[in-house]
Design a protein around this ligand. Structure first.
Ligand code: GLU
Length: 282
């Protein structure tokens, strides 16, 4: 069989134990790469020094391998790629797409993490957005850097799983962070720089990141990069209809494995399930 040009990725964050919801999404990413006879890249999204833990990085690799997922490249670590993010930040500053923000916002603490539904970045009210720079600073340190979104532009894209989506810049999402005051690149910037550098052709991830795709498309455009195709998987929910999160410890792959479940049994909880809202006991 000749290998195709398909390049997918799985990109967990080592901030807790992976649970069944992650497993379902990563399994889909793995299957799509396999079906396309393509390459799967493993990326360790350990950007946030305050939340990432080496022991979770070890655990996520072990747990995904136990489940039966195989990748051909990686693990690549975001913490090793600071220069690439800095260079993208510089380009954005030079092109006038981002501005330094001195507002102190609660979301600062979270912006290196992918925003999952309930913790989405709030709309920035825009106090600093008119700020102009006389020169490009040597480093981003000391400010929050925000992307100035084109107000009222509809960002439209086709998604392989959920179809056409449209989000209004300035209404559905506002000027988002690309770099944090404490010198940590934000998730939105890092993920675009990485997916482009790793020549990812299709991004498979959870449907809670659909709105982030609209933000990321603005970054692709600003940086003159070619966006991948998108495939946002429906999310697994618990019996109360709540999205699974790292706090559902009983549904971590570790816990299921310790209860004696086999990888096949765990996979059967989401593969070919008639509905993603599995009734999960915990
Ligand atoms: N690291 C992100 C997360 O764990 C995934 C980001 C992505 O797939 O774009 O939520």
């Amino acid at each position: 069989m000749t290998s195709s040009t398909y390049r997918g990725r799985i990109a967990p964050s080592p901030t807790g134990l992976l649970h069944l919801g992650h497993a379902a999404t990563f399994w889909t990413a793995y299957q799509r790469a396999l079906d396309a006879n393509g390459v799967l890249v493993f990326r360790d999204e350990d950007l946030d020094p305050h939340r990432s833990r080496p022991e979770f990085a070890v655990a996520m690799i072990e747990d995904l391998q136990w489940l039966g997922i195989r990748w051909q490249e990686g693990p690549l670590r975001q913490s090793d790629r600071r220069e690439a993010y800095l260079s993208a930040w510089r380009t954005l500053v030079e092109r006038g797409f981002v501005y330094p923000c001195t507002c102190s916002r609660r979301e600062l603490a979270r912006s290196a993490q992918a925003p999952h539904e309930e913790d989405d970045e709030p709309l920035y009210p825009g106090f600093c957005r008119m700020r102009q720079l006389d020169a490009v600073p040597a480093s981003p340190i000391g400010f929050n850097w925000r992307f100035r979104v084109p107000d009222r532009e509809a960002i439209v894209f086709e998604d392989g799983a959920v179809g056409r989506r449209s989000y209004l810049a300035g209404a559905d999402f506002g000027d988002f962070l690309v770099w944090r005051r404490d010198d940590v690149p934000a998730y939105q910037l890092a993920v675009v720089v990485d997916d482009a550098a790793m020549r990812i052709t299709e991004v498979v991830r959870g449907a809670d990141l659909l709105k982030s795709t609209a933000r990321q498309l603005l970054l692709y455009r600003a940086l003159d990069l070619r966006p991948p195709a998108w495939y946002h998987c429906p999310l697994l929910t618990d019996e109360r209809g709540q999205r699974l999160a790292k706090r559902h410890d009983a549904l971590s792959l570790r816990a299921l494995r310790e209860r004696g479940m086999t990888p096949e049994e765990v996979r059967s909880l989401f593969v070919d399930a008639p509905s993603r809202s599995a009734t999960l006991e915990h």
